[in-house]
Design a protein around this ligand. Sequence first.
Ligand code: R5P
Length: 305
Amino acid sequence: MRPGAVHYFRDAADLGRGLARALEVPARAVAVHRFPDGESRVTVDAQPGGSAVLVRRLDDPNAKLFEVLLAADALRRSGVRRVALAAPYLPYMRQDRVFTPGEAVSQQVIGETLGRAFDRVVTVEPHLHRIHDLGEVFDCAAVSVPAAPLLADWCQQCGEGTLLVGPDEESLPWTRAVAAAAGLPFVVGEKVRRGDRRVRVTLPELPAGRRAVLLDDIASTGVTLAAAARALRHAGVKKVDAAVVHAIFARGAATTLRRAGIARVVSCDSVVHPTNAIATAPSLARAIRTRHVASRRTSAAEGGG
Ligand code: R5P
């Protein structure tokens, strides 16, 4: 896709401008007016014809998703023919089945809703557990930017022999990918979750080394990283840092990590947080431009436009 402009919500101005620079197209702010009753009026400044990208980070999803749908509608009513959503963090991916009778499958609901509103969805390292391809979630074209190369660049600077540690079996594929790209050793632990803020992480026998970097796709309460950090220190590792993709960081997470002895945390800028150190805009731009994408509708290649 070759967009004519990037339209960004003001809470993603940095990302919108970065993406527009990378794509060499104009960046235009989406205006949002909040009515006294809590409804939103969304206004876009778009040229008719061609394609456009809409940018928003979708942490705090209940507050943001509806305005994103309104903006997609506004772009189409302004005559834009193809609209892509660049959302570096995709929410609601973890509920990918009914765990307890009576629940919804939120991953499917998001996939169907965004898939109807957009021609393409581009994101960074979505949390996919039981399915392996974002194309299975969306009816529209979907591109998942792997975070491994982004984290690997940072991990490489940590020095030879730094041990990379995935806290649970779900982290195996991409911990392995980061390790391969960074040329560093890795191990993966086993996690048992007993509640929102109660987890137990068990690590295998560790190779000798005094420094480790914990890797996780999402840090929410921080208890997963904290439990893994305690296990590492218990095993004799002296310095523990952490690199996460999506720094959701619920209230109290920073304290939880500090108390567990994690020296430094870095994250991608898919969610705004003081730990942001890795830019996602250049990779998102490449994913917008790519012609080869997967979806439930088009499992092979998609044309440009
Ligand atoms: C879960 O499987 C994810 O990969 C993360 O490990 C999890 O979401 C982290 O959550 P928290 O920080 O609340 O432990």
